[in-house]
Design a protein around this ligand. Structure first.
Ligand SMILES: NC(=O)C1=CN([C@@H]2O[C@H](COP(=O)(O)OP(=O)(O)OC[C@H]3O[C@@H](n4cnc5c(N)ncnc54)[C@H](O)[C@@H]3O)[C@@H](O)[C@H]2O)[C@H](O)CC1
Ligand SMILES: [K+]
Length: 496
């Protein structure tokens, strides 16, 4: 089975590099390997002997670019090298390789991009540390205006490798060659949209060096959780596959709960029940078949229903209303030692009140599924959670604060666990941005938790399955379609 793909921030990458160097490989060998991989990629993008412009910045990213330039020149390409700084100003390994460049250099602003078949962008990589201005900014502007293909070294210059942010301006690349491991900035938005195709070159950083980096951020893909997805055995009983309870809103707000319930059933929960306010029983009853229905009059009603020990996973939030009653429902659900998914109104009802969900809030597995707006409202007054520029870090801090898995939704959904693991989702589709889509997602999470998946694996698997279903359908998708698309995705995963 494939191992989960670890993503390293530039800081973690430096630790991995240091580990390789400690074991005896000189840093310049890593740089030679990196530059050679860039040259290999360049050759795939141009015709033999083509004109190539390499623009190199002042750090080690520039060093990789100079190695690539040297290789390509040796291989018969007409290469010109533009430098952001002075040739003598390089330090470290870049200074060593800069001495080997056998020809002239020009300043970046003197490099003529027009006749080039390819521009190689080696201005900045993992060491980008501030907004881009002046000559570097003008160079990036010219690269983007040139209209030709760009091959980025490690990261498109201007993209922050940790956060995916554009630091003032960024190169739009057709292809990016990165080294040893992808970086979060290749997946997080907007960075992802600047990278083009991203390939990872092996430059001699081993898996033990990657581990030495301390990185705990992964690409959200089946390798991370496939083994945990349950397969019913020949003698399994429906209650062994869990019993999900979904709290419904009032008479005019019942659809969200039914979407979540249907998704929980489709993902394999043995039994699913909608807990409905008395006035909404009629409308719910008219539209439920395999899903069971029980009357539930507010927090006391929920408390009474939870006497049934077989109910092992709860969904609280969708369309419940932003009220003190919803807060009371959450309190009852939180006190019950059941797996719990909190979404939408359950989170917004705690606007600025996250501290009520802190410290001993839960001992049973819990998942929260806010989008950005809900996240900001919930953690109002918590700059330590809201301020980090990395979405991964924000989700991680929220997870640690609440002792719950945090699913921070968006086109680059991040799933983070209280123990520090995090995953960035990459199979999303814009078609998922449709009313009720989030309700389906929390039903899938609860359905997987009911089947005993740990909260992090359940949330990560659910996000991926939900996106895969949406992408399979494409244009015209509505949320009612999503639960019906789950079987095909599940069968693809389980091979049955
Ligand atoms: N295993 C690997 O991944 C290897 C990676 N290599 C390459 O090294 C770079 C990282 O090198 P580093 O010197 O740390 O950083 P940069 O080259 O990205 O830039 C640092 C350089 O730029 C200056 N600077 C930073 N931000 C700005 C700005 N906004 N404006 C102007 N100047 C800026 C800073 O002061 C430094 O001078 C990595 O990406 C790989 O490409 C190794 O070659 C091999 C192993
Ligand atoms: K670059």
């Amino acid at each position: 089975m494939n191992a989960p793909e670890l993503l390293l921030t530039p800081r973690e990458m430096r630790k991995a590099d240091a580990s390789v160097i400690r074991s005896g490989t000189p840093g310049v060998t890593l740089m030679q390997n990196a530059g050679a991989a860039v040259a290999d990629a360049a050759r795939e993008m141009v015709s033999p002997g083509a004109r190539i412009v390499v623009l190199a910045g002042p750090g080690q990213n520039g060093g990789d670019g100079i190695v690539a330039a040297t290789r390509l020149r040796e291989q018969g390409y007409r290469v010109s090298l533009g430098l952001l700084g002075k040739r003598e100003a390089f330090s470290g390994d870049a200074a060593l390789v800069a001495r080997e460049w056998p020809s002239d250099v020009v300043a970046v602003d003197g490099a003529n991009l027009a006749p080039a078949e390819l521009v190689i962008d080696a201005l900045f990589g993992g060491g980008l540390s501030r907004e881009i201005e002046g000559a570097a900014r003008a160079a990036i502007d010219r690269i983007n205006m040139s209209g030709g293909p760009v091959l980025a070294v490690d990261l498109p210059s201007g993209i922050d490798g940790e956060t995916g942010a554009v630091r003032g301006i960024a190169v739009r690349a057709a292809r990016t060659v990165t080294f040893a491991a992808r970086k979060p900035g290749h997946y997080l938005l907007p960075g992802r949209t600047f990278c083009g195709d991203v390939t990872v070159a092996d430059i001699g950083v081993g898996s033990s060096d990657l581990q030495a980096s301390g990185g705990r951020t992964y690409v959200n893909a089946p390798a991370l959780w496939r083994e945990a997805i349950p397969r019913p055995g020949p003698s399994s009983h429906k209650y062994e596959r869990g019993h999900v309870l979904v709290a419904s809103g009032g008479a005019t707000r019942t659809g969200a709960a039914r979407l979540a319930a249907r998704a929980a059933l489709r993902i394999g929960a043995g039994v699913v029940t909608v807990a409905s306010p008395p006035e909404a029983l009629g409308v719910n009853a008219a539209q439920l078949t395999a899903i069971m229905l029980r009357g539930c009059d507010g927090p006391e009603g929920l408390h009474a229903i939870l006497a049934d020990e077989r109910l092992n996973a709860l969904v609280v939030g969708p369309a419940l209303g932003v009220t003190a009653v919803t807060r009371a429902m959450v309190a009852v659900a939180a006190q019950a030692r059941r797996r719990l998914v909190l979404d939408a109104d359950a989170l917004t009802s705690f606007e600025g009140l996250a501290s009520e969900l802190h410290q001993g809030f839960r001992s049973a597995p819990t998942v929260i599924t806010p989008h950005d707006g809900e996240f900001t409202r919930l953690f109002k007054g918590h700059p330590d959670i809201l301020d980090p520029s990395s979405k991964v870090e924000r989700a991680r801090r929220a997870a640690a604060y609440l002792s719950a898995v945090a699913v921070l939704k968006g086109a680059d959904t991040v799933i983070a666990a209280p123990d520090g693991r995090a995953a960035i989702n990459a199979n999303g589709t814009p078609y998922l941005g449709t009313a009720g889509s989030g309700d389906v997602l929390c039903g899938i999470i609860a359905g997987l938790m009911a089947q005993h998946l740990p909260a992090f694996e359940a949330a990560a698997a659910a996000v991926w399955i939900h996106a895969e279903a949406g992408a399979a359908f494409g244009a015209g998708l509505i949320s009612e379609d999503l639960p019906e698309l789950i079987p095909e995705v599940l069968q693809g995963l389980l091979g049955a």
